[in-house]
Design a protein around this ligand. Structure first.
Ligand code: AMP
Ligand code: TRP
Length: 332
């Protein structure tokens, strides 16, 4: 059985894209692997949240994951900062990572934008901490969205450098799992940009905490076109907003885009939107209800995270100790 590691930043505003692109896949893989899912609060610090915001978002992230079906009996759910070995290994790995590699990271370039000189060091070394997250557990598989592919390649490069530098076979190369079903969900206002928590318009995304009325309104206002739905996706290539809504329906109902196009062929968007709204509510509303009850009872949540962190700490410190021996640290 392989070991899965994945992480999610507690930055609030979890939406349908996070659910269909990441969380749902973790839930579905729980029976096939040993699972570690980490709320990466250290990574979230790169956005410099206030203490209050950080804490609220960490709890929200835990509630979201549990409400979506992460089962603490099958998955070790924990908080990154509760396991100091992540930072310790990150330093070690940073000494094995060349600037040239980091300079190629497109996520840094995007996030730093034109203000590169003002970007913080944490944002720059973000992928090294991500490598430490994965390698400290010697994870074999890392399920992530398409956008994390480059970071995963870097993790493999860093693991290889460590093995070569110390002439060991210590780290395996973790395999990214980029599932085809990991739907890329686009904005409801603009079919060419990703549904994102940082979009200023609330109408661009469905939050997992949206109530049925809000969902109904957002889908009613979602951009489409006056043409009827075609019988296959190829015929709709220049209609990104229309395709996105069909794609959301397909992902939520576990069908292919082809099947959904065929089923709604000839229909206009008004009746389709009604079906889509019902489908979204059917999936999201039970998650929202469970989130509300988790957030009402923080003790349950905290106990799950505490247990998870203890287990993660045990494994991580054992591996860190092996790594320290390989490196030649003198243990005193
Ligand atoms: P982020 O919200 O960017 O921190 O992403 C958290 C996780 O959700 C990552 O694994 C992303 O790949 C995934 N994700 C974020 N936005 C989308 C989207 N619009 N469609 C599909 N997956 C997404
Ligand atoms: N960088 C990932 C994201 O933005 C989050 C993350 C941090 C992660 N550490 C990880 C994902 C380790 C997978 C494995 O989505």
């Amino acid at each position: 059985m392989g070991r899965i590691f994945s992480g999610i930043q507690p930055t609030g505003n979890f939406h349908l894209g996070n659910y269909l692109g990441a969380i749902r896949n973790w839930v579905r893989m729980q029976d096939s692997y040993e699972n570690f899912i980490c709320i990466v609060d250290l990574h979230a610090m790169t956005t410099r949240p206030t203490p209050q915001t950080l804490q609220t978002h960490i709890k929200e992230a835990a509630a979201t994951l549990l409400a979506s079906g992460i089962d603490p009996e099958k998955t070790d759910l924990f908080i990154q900062s509760a396991v100091p070995a992540h930072c310790e290994l990150a330093w070690i790995l940073s000494c094995l990572t060349s600037l040239g590699w980091l300079n190629r990271m497109t996520q840094f370039k995007e996030k730093a934008g034109k203000q590169r000189e003002q970007a913080n060091l944490g944002l720059y070394s973000y992928p090294v901490l991500q490598a430490a997250d994965i390698l400290i557990y010697k994870a074999t598989h890392v399920p992530v969205g398409e956008d994390q592919k480059q970071h995963l390649e870097l993790v493999r490069d860093i693991a290889g450098t460590f093995n070569r530098q110390y002439e060991v076979d210590y780290f395996e190369f973790p395999e990214p799992i980029i599932l085809k079903t990991a739907a890329r969900i686009m904005s409801l206002r603009d079919g060419s940009s990703k549904m994102s928590k940082s979009d200023p318009s609330d109408y661009s995304r469905i939050h997992l905490m949206d109530d049925p009325e809000t969902i109904t309104l957002k889908i009613r206002k979602a951009k489409t076109d006056p043409e009827p739905i075609a019988g296959n996706p190829k015929a709709m290539e220049n209609r990104p907003e229309a395709l996105n809504l069909l794609g959301i329906y397909a992902a939520l109902s576990d069908q292919s885009l082809e099947e959904v196009c065929l089923a709604f062929e000839g229909s206009t968007f008004a009746p389709f939107k009604e079906k889509l709204t019902a489908q979204i509510i059917m999936v999201i509303e039970p998650i929202r209800q469970r989130m509300i009850s988790f957030l009402k009872d923080p003790e349950i949540l905290e106990n799950i995270l505490k247990k998870g962190s203890e287990k993660a700490r045990d494994l991580a410190s054992q591996n860190l100790s092996e790594i320290q021996n390989i490196i030649g640290f003198l243990k005193t």
